[in-house]
Design a protein around this ligand. Structure first.
Ligand code: ATP
Ligand code: MG
Ligand code: MG
Length: 366
């Protein structure tokens, strides 16, 4: 089939690679310039975006922040209704959707104006995270506030200036035991396949690394995560790969999952699957769109280490037989994801030692 992906960043490129492997044709759109691009090159084709939309059988996206003009042009070639996923680009609507579906999230409150924000903030006796309604990613457009701190009043005034500029939410700071995510896919005919839950470690709100497949995942937690996945994707009529980030509260038999956020697309916490599974999250997205069979998943313990703001991936990692390195070919600046390294390691302590060893040279956050 002929696939057109809106977005030609690293996610678009990796989707294109899977499309080719699965026997499809794929073009990408640079959503800033509206130029149509081949996979793996930054040379625009002479095809107009309208012609590319005509050419395609199916249109999909690398990121849910969609341009309404693109949505209008793609029309019925988008297999998921773009209006349905709009709530996932707006924190208030995303939280409300979870509430309506009976899926637990961190306690929250919304605000629309600076006045409402300062009034609402006074009612919180515990540490909170304040998040702008739109546009935050990698921990940007969110602020921490502790009413017990000595400078709470000054901080509140500063927050009011930043958060009060636009609508947002105040959310209880969750003392999670760890963060996990579930990545899965829902095919055009409604079949669903999820990977096991993976563990994610964030530094300053940005994903640092993921541990996948190291330990047996508690069946109850996996079932809860898959049930949330099913409810959300069915509610949205979603076709493709989708990720749900969770906070795990408590441990062992009493552990509970709270949804943090939902990404209706391929997700950084699924990048391990490029090396640690017989089908990657990109394959599952393309298989979902084109209604191809899903495989039985064979997961190998894999560490995914993000390269953030570094100039390059060290030669030693390119040379390590356990490692598969991915470099996105983007200009590097502090805090920007520029690549990742997947390492097939059998023991979790070894994986943790590798993180400690490599994060200082792979990650420049500010
Ligand atoms: P992404 O790049 O994943 O889209 P984002 O900028 O949209 O991230 P969140 O996922 O909301 O932001 O938050 C980033 C990280 O900040 C979380 O993964 C978590 O580590 C921390 N965090 C966010 N909200 C809370 C909370 N309510 N309690 C505790 N930690 C939080
Ligand atoms: Mg987010
Ligand atoms: Mg997140």
């Amino acid at each position: 089939m002929k696939l057109l992906i809106l977005g030609n960043g690293q996610l678009g490129q990796m989707l294109a690679q899977s499309s080719i492997q699965l026997g499809h044709e794929c073009l990408l759109v640079n959503t800033r310039t509206n130029k149509v691009m081949p996979a793996g090159a930054h040379v625009p084709l002479s095809l107009s975006i309208e012609e590319a939309m005509q050419w395609a059988d199916i249109v999909s996206w690398e990121h849910e922040q969609l341009d309404p003009d693109h949505v209008a042009l793609a029309a019925a070639k988008l297999l998921t209704d773009a209006d349905k996923i709009r709530p996932l680009t707006h924190r208030q609507l995303e939280k409300k959707m979870c509430d309506d579906l009976g899926i637990p999230t961190a306690p929250w409150q919304s605000f629309q104006t600076a006045d409402q924000f300062s009034q609402a903030l006074q009612t919180w006796q515990e540490p909170v995270v304040i998040k702008a309604a739109f546009g935050g990613y990698d921990g940007k457009s969110q602020w921490r506030w502790n009413p017990q701190s000595t400078s709470a009043q000054t901080e509140a005034a500063a927050l009011e200036r930043s958060a009060g500029l636009q609508a947002g939410i105040i959310e209880s700071m969750i003392p999670f035991s760890k963060e996990m995510s579930i990545v899965g896919a829902r095919a055009k005919d409604g079949r669903i396949l999820c990977y096991p839950l993976v563990e994610n470690v964030h530094t300053n709100g940005i994903l640092s690394h993921t541990f996948a497949g190291f330990e047996h995942i508690d069946e109850r937690l996996q079932a809860t995560a898959e049930e949330a996945f099913r409810r959300i994707t069915e509610h949205l009529g979603y076709v493709g790969t989708l990720a749900i980030e969770f906070f795990v509260v408590g441990e062992g038999d009493t552990a509970e999952l709270l949804v943090n956020e939902i990404a209706p697309r391929v997700h950084n916490s699924g990048h391990w699957s490029l090396s640690g599974c017989n089908a990657s999250q990109f394959d599952l997205h393309i298989r979902s769109l084109t209604n191809m069979p899903f495989p039985e998943l064979a997961v190998q313990p894999t560490l995914m280490l993000n390269a953030i703001g570094c100039a390059q991936i060290p030669a030693e990692l390119w040379q390590d037989s356990r490692a598969q390195a991915f470099w996105y070919g983007k200009d590097s600046r502090p805090g920007r994801k520029v690549g990742h390294v997947n390492m097939r390691i059998s023991s979790r302590p070894d994986a943790e030692a590798l993180c400690k060893h490599w994060t200082p040279s792979l990650q420049v956050l500010s």
